[in-house]
Write a protein that binds this ligand. Sequence first.
Ligand code: COA
Length: 324
Amino acid sequence: MAPIYSRIVATGSALPERVLTNADLEKFVDTSDEWIRSRTGIRQRHIAADGETTGDLSTLAAQRALDAAGIKASEIDLIVLGTTTPDIIFPSTACLVQHRLGANGCAAFDVNAACSGFVYALGVADKFIKTGSAKKALVIGAETLTRMIDWNERETCVLFGDGAGAVVLEGSSEPGIYATCLHADGGHKELLYNPVGVSAGFTDEPNHGVRIRMAGREVFKVAVKTLDALVEETLSAGGMDAAQLDWLIPHQANLRIIEATAKRLNMSMEQVIVTVDQHANTSAGSVPLALDHAVRSGKVKRGQNLLLEAFGGGFTWASALLRY
Ligand code: COA
């Protein structure tokens, strides 16, 4: 019989070694530490080294999660990887990671839901496990988003960083993931996107025109409103009150957006995991990086209720309500 729940057994993460602080940015961008901190909460970000890829960071994060779970890669029967910065167009980064881990043979695929990529991947893997199609899954969120940054564009270059996080999911008769909610609205494409792809978009601009385009203020407004509705929907889907939540683990894009969601849930910032100051916005990497940080620092403990949420380009938005 299929298990009733999927459960996070262990977490892992990986960050590039190089740290770029706001003070470093001040040296080559017309910006200031004060502006960046007051508008976003960001103090620093990690930047992938030349040749260091999303797959490299994913493999490291996944191996750390497997080690923490005490599970061999060969026992994994599903890998779902959320990213919008895959190493190459194909094979998927999930396939590249699978081979490097030594999990050959299991299903492996990428999910592109921009910043919601990890939570989307978690929602997909949860369903595989609940239906009995997989027993042990690796769910990864990873990005090297700084590869598509124009360092002359102060509106975007101060916001992003690179990194990866992973979880091992397993079937269980105990909770587990209570609910996941996944949504998208392609009607807002122009507010946050990268127009260059394979089938369309190449230009004569530097880097073929590959760079993030964002209407920051509009994104901010839609994100706050959408996340307000999402957390309500998720609690209702999981049959839980906000008062029963121990931790909010939000997408780490902007401290002001995080504070607005916490306020909506009537949660104090003491109950919110914040890593945006250290990592900036790592897109699909952000939620699993924050989760791993919370677990390894001893903040999140077994048996506690967590609400994970994310919002990003698409627009996409997604959440998971779970007992850790
Ligand atoms: N340093 C200094 N000044 C900057 C700057 C920077 N890095 N970037 C923009 N500015 C300037 C602007 O040019 C503008 O100047 P002006 O008033 O003279 O025209 C001023 O700061 C205000 O810009 P604005 O865009 O209105 O600021 P804001 O308060 O909306 O903050 C964001 C900008 C991007 C931080 C904010 O809108 C945001 O976080 N949006 C959401 C982005 C996001 O989360 N995206 C990812 C979603 S997954």
